[in-house]
Design a protein around this ligand. Structure first.
Ligand code: CU
Length: 178
């Protein structure tokens, strides 16, 4: 349960970071825990860069090639958190998976725009093809999950097809390794 709570805190911190970045604030090395009424016990995340700190807070499980990596399976998917930002980007915009892995993508919308998260074969995602797996109409501060098994070498991708978003670059790449 602690991991889950840390994950939620991480998302909240990410929101703070995204909002601040959105208004042009420079967060690098700044004491971001001051004045944001953050909960106690997370001070260790300050000062190392807001986004990096937030992502390090027990959120996304280690990926291929990283220490502690455990390949996701249908019964125990590996969790990867993705944030849909008001800048019409996904963070991260590149995700490494092991061939055959099952991933549970926990996607959160930050900011007022409603997004979607479509994921699958890159050509289908690019074409917004009917039947391609997706989370639709994900409104501000909502989180939803999409679980997907990466069979074959791809290419796979993800995108948001809310009007104008894909054209603005709201897409990401899955890199299949091993
Ligand atoms: Cu979008």
């Amino acid at each position: 349960m602690t991991g889950r709570r840390l994950g939620i805190i991480g998302i909240a911190l990410t929101l703070a970071g995204v909002v601040l970045i959105g208004v042009g604030a420079t967060l690098e090395g700044s004491p971001v825990t001051g004045g944001l009424s953050l909960p106690n016990g997370i001070g260790m995340m300050g000062g190392t860069g807001m986004m990096g700190g937030a992502w390090g807070a027990g959120s996304t499980s280690p990926g291929p090639g990283e220490a502690g990596f455990v390949a996701g399976t249908p019964t125990a998917p590996r969790v990867v958190r993705v944030v849909a930002t008001p800048a019409l980007r996904f963070v991260p915009d590149t995700i490494r998976v092991q061939a055959g892995e099952t991933i549970s993508f926990d996607v959160t919308t930050m900011g007022p725009a409603t997004h979607e998260f479509m994921l699958g074969p890159a050509a289908d995602v690019a074409a917004d093809k009917d039947g391609t797996p997706e989370i639709a109409n994900l409104a501000m501060m909502q989180t939803a999950s999409l679980t997907y098994t990466f069979s074959g070498s791809g290419p796979f991708a993800y995108a948001c097809h809310a009007p104008g978003h894909y054209e603005a670059g709201m897409a990401g790449t899955i890199v299949v390794v091993g």
